[in-house]
Ligand binder design. Sequence first.
Ligand code: F1P
Length: 346
Amino acid sequence: IYDCLRGRLDAEKGTITMSGIQKYAEQIMNANRIIMVACGTSWHAGLVAEYIFEELCRINVEVEYASEFRYRNPVINKGDVIIAISQSGETADTLVAIENAKKQGAIILGVVNVVGSSISRVSDGGAYTHAGPEIGVASTKAFTAQLAVLTMIALKIGYEKGTLDKDRYMRLLDELNSVPDKVKVVLEQQERIKALAEKYKDASDALFLGRGYNFPVALEGALKLKEISYIHAEGYPAAEMKHGPIALVDENLPVVFVATKDSYHEKVISNMQEIKARKGKVIAVITEGDEHSTSLADDVIEVPEADEIVAPMLSVIPLQLLSYYVGVAKGYDVDKPRNLAKSVTV
Ligand code: F1P
């Protein structure tokens, strides 16, 4: 990652490179705003990126559903930077949204998986995720790869702009480099997650809650459960719960908290207490060794400690596995969920 950010890996095929970002670095640094445009899982990656870019680069970020953005008449100012995020690179909503924005003078950067795909061809620059094809229809490893690439772009821009100091930059590079080993540790818990899937597979609804960087992970956990297990699930910012969804909570409702240790942690703990007080079942994705959360939750899944900026890459994996095992336990073909297409080209 260090070499990649320094441009030393640019010649290597199949490696994430930043040359397509370097070309536009000045424009990105000076942009009044960045607009992330995407659908589904990729939109959730854009939401995490909003938090990261605003923190590290101090640039205003908006995150738009391409399926809305393409049909309305959005205000695009010359110099706006649009980042289109797409696994397939063929999603029609995202493609048309960026074609429209390009005509109005926006700079289009693509974060896509497939070299030569339609979205990459319309984009002025960008970075490939090179995650390989998804085996199933539902997007999983693409999410992690999108987060990795978006974080790398934010690190690069933040450092060059001076909003990210060298110490934190170096620390975050180390954090990013340690993600693959930490992912292996998360994957070792498959049997435990399988057992949890058995326990909760008959639920008719589920709530997913998180704050900050983990809020979009909660949305993604709910989407995965809907997509491959056909259980009605809602993702919410944990702090919004009291404004409505708390009415749903009773002893039959599993509430999945994405509760790794970060600057929002104490607040998340109090949200867990609110659910327990209403007899909801709390399943929490927590940082290894977090005894406080363990004592509150009915079930926990531990992930290794990580900086809050890279934590979503780890905390999403137990949620993907949970949906997978619930789908398998219910006898569904998780690779080919009903009514879904690999890329939505209409
Ligand atoms: C977007 C997306 C996926 C979802 C499903 C339908 O695709 O919504 O997130 O899992 O496959 O399409 P993409 O633009 O990221 O390829």
